[in-house]
Write a protein that binds this ligand. Structure first.
Ligand code: ATP
Ligand code: MG
Ligand code: MG
Length: 554
């Protein structure tokens, strides 16, 4: 078999191994900020990092980047853990940037002593004005040359809560003329008088991302710190901060960047997803229309389908928009293998078999899934009155219509051949009943000559007296625009699809009575559906996961 070629991230690792990095030193991490639920973009990062862990038999930390207490919550921590586990990955250590607050503080004190950091007491507007532009040099803060003693004193008092938010910050002393704007004396700490979901009121100064992230990687002996492309300009700062603390005998983490993955007709950004939730465009983070992992799970996506999607799009160096039909292809492929086939009618019209005995019922054998290695069967009830889909019948039709018409034959799935005879209509001309006759010798699987007779079409049905009712939720894209995030002039909310949810009453074969939350089925000829969490014994609720047709060109 052909070796799969290495992606550029794997090439970086292989190169490091070749240059002497022992493979047992490989160590990765997935570092979400617990300020929202994970989305499909995160799934790419999870599959990348945990996939490398499996490939190189290396530990992967689940690190919560919890340095901003104003947006972070325990609810999000719990949801993130649940989602990563659900995808099937095991982290080596559950760790938190907040575990390192004391160490980070001690290092900052050391930097002040080495004249590498200072307390600035200007307003943020003043500091912004001094920053300059990439083509001009910045201006030094009037506080840049504070004495070490004064800096130590102020920094300690910041920590002790003596000052108001915004009155002082700690800055790294790098250069106000660096080409890279991020290097112009970046902020390391700000005062925030907010309780943290883990450290409560222990701290009232919090480290900035750039200061905390690389040092957290270092503390955990992470060998490779993979992040998305927007952090490329941060790499220089990441390295500068490491230079202040790294000791030679320890692993020095390496930051490398890969492209963000965006999905068409949706948004993958926690901030935007949070807005959809807060403003009521969806029912919650796990609304089945959301690009969150929890939304996809509720919609009927499987871990295998999401991993397969992430694997298929792979790792890239440039940001790009992935067509949602690829994601749909991946779930369809998995559900085709695992989802039992059942019959359900979502837009019913009554069909009466005029020559079928009144009051008779038969239980017919039906295949559960033709993809099974060892075929299993269930029984479905058949009777004189059935529901079929309204669109499966036309009074008159041309030769291309392979469903039911007057005077022509079709097969009822798992049952008999029937022939259209006539219709009953209401005063508005709408068909209320279709009358047919059946061929009693044509039962599927009975072995008779008539059962082997070829007719052009096969349609699905459910028996009226046996059918169970269910609420069926059918989803469309949440955004009408392919790239709702792509136009900086237009707010993404303007592209909301007002008709992204349609609720219908469905009639299902009775085997579905015992279906429970998360169970997945193929409603034959209609698509894949799963039982929603709001489903109860008396009132089943199904979500449509995806239709049957493969619209993604391979
Ligand atoms: P968001 O903008 O949605 O808040 P984020 O990058 O701020 O995303 P984090 O919780 O910080 O969210 O992300 C954790 C990890 O997931 C980071 O390493 C980040 O680079 C990665 N990640 C986030 N979004 C994507 C994406 N669309 N594609 C690939 N990786 C992503
Ligand atoms: Mg982030
Ligand atoms: Mg973010």
């Amino acid at each position: 078999t052909k070796e799969k070629s290495l992606n550029f991230i794997e090439q970086i690792i292989e190169e490091d191994i070749k240059n002497g990095l022992p493979t047992e030193k490989l160590h990765f991490r997935f570092p979400p900020e617990p300020n929202g639920y994970l989305h499909l973009g995160h799934a790419s990062s999870i599959c990348l990092n945990f996939g490398l862990g499996l490939k190189y038999n290396a530990p992967v930390n689940l690190r919560f980047d919890d340095t901003n207490p104003s947006k972070e919550e325990q609810e999000f921590v719990d949801a993130i853990k649940y989602d990563v586990e659900w995808l099937g990955y095991k982290w080596a250590n559950e760790v938190y940037a907040s575990d390192y607050f004391q160490q980070l503080y001690d290092w900052a004190v050391q930097m002040i002593k080495e004249d590498k950091a200072y307390v600035d007491s200007q307003t943020s507007e003043e500091m912004a004005q001094q920053k300059g532009t990439p083509s001009t040099v910045g201006e030094d803060s009037p506080y840049r040359n504070r004495s070490v003693e004064e800096n130590l004193d102020l920094f300690e008092r910041m920590k002790n809560g003596e000052f108001d938010e915004g009155s002082h910050i700690l800055r790294a002393k790098i250069s106000m003329s660096a080409k890279n704007m991020l290097m112009r004396d970046p902020i390391m700490y700000r005062i925030m008088k907010k309780d943290h979901h883990r450290t409560k009121d222990q701290w009232c100064i919090y480290p900035m991302y750039d200061w905390a992230h690389g040092e957290s990687d270092y503390i955990e002996s992470i060998s490779h710190s993979f992040c998305t492309l927007e952090f490329l300009p941060h790499r220089e700062l990441y390295n500068w901060f490491l230079d202040q603390v790294v000791e030679e005998q320890n692993i020095r983490p390496k930051q490398r960047e890969f492209a963000r993955r965006n999905l068409s007709h949706t948004v993958v950004s926690k901030r935007k997803l949070a807005k959809l939730v807060a403003e009521g465009y969806v029912t919650g983070w796990d609304d089945p229309r959301m690009s969150t992992i929890s939304g996809l799970r509720r919609r009927g996506y499987t871990p295998a389908s999401i991993k397969n999607y992430a694997e298929t799009i792979g790792i890239a160096k440039r940001d790009n928009l992935i067509d949602v039909s690829l994601l749909e292809f991946c779930v369809r492929e998995d559900l085709n293998k695992i989802a039992p086939r059942v019959m359900a009618v979502l837009d019913p019209v009554k069909l009466v078999i005029t020559n079928y005995p009144e009051g008779k019922e038969e239980w017919l054998e039906a295949e559960n899934n033709p993809e099974e290695e060892v075929m299993t069967y269930r029984e479905v009830p058949f009777s004189k009155e059935l529901y079929i889909e309204r669109e499966d019948f036309k009074e008159e039709a041309n030769n291309k219509f392979f469903r039911l018409t007057i005077g022509k034959e079709v097969r009822l799935k798992n049952a008999y051949i029937i022939k259209g005879e006539g219709v009953v209509k209401d005063e508005n001309g709408r068909i209320t009943e279709i009358h047919v006759t059946y061929d009693p010798d044509s039962r599927s699987g009975s072995g008779t000559e008539a059962s082997k007779r070829k007719v052009k079409g096969t349609i699905h049905w459910v028996s009226v007296p046996h059918a169970i009712e269910a609420e069926v939720r059918i989803y469309d894209r949440l955004f009408t625009n392919e790239n709702p995030d792509g136009n900086k002039e237009v707010d993404f909310l303007e592209y909301i699809n007002p008709n992204s949810l349609e609720i219908v009453k469905g009639y299902l074969e009775p085997s579905l009575k015992t279906a429970s939350e998360g169970d997945k089925f193929q409603f034959q000829r209609l698509g894949y559906f799963c039982v929603d969490k709001e489903s109860t014994d008396g009132a089943l609720v199904f979500n449509k996961t995806v239709g049957l047709r493969d619209t993604w060109a391979k």
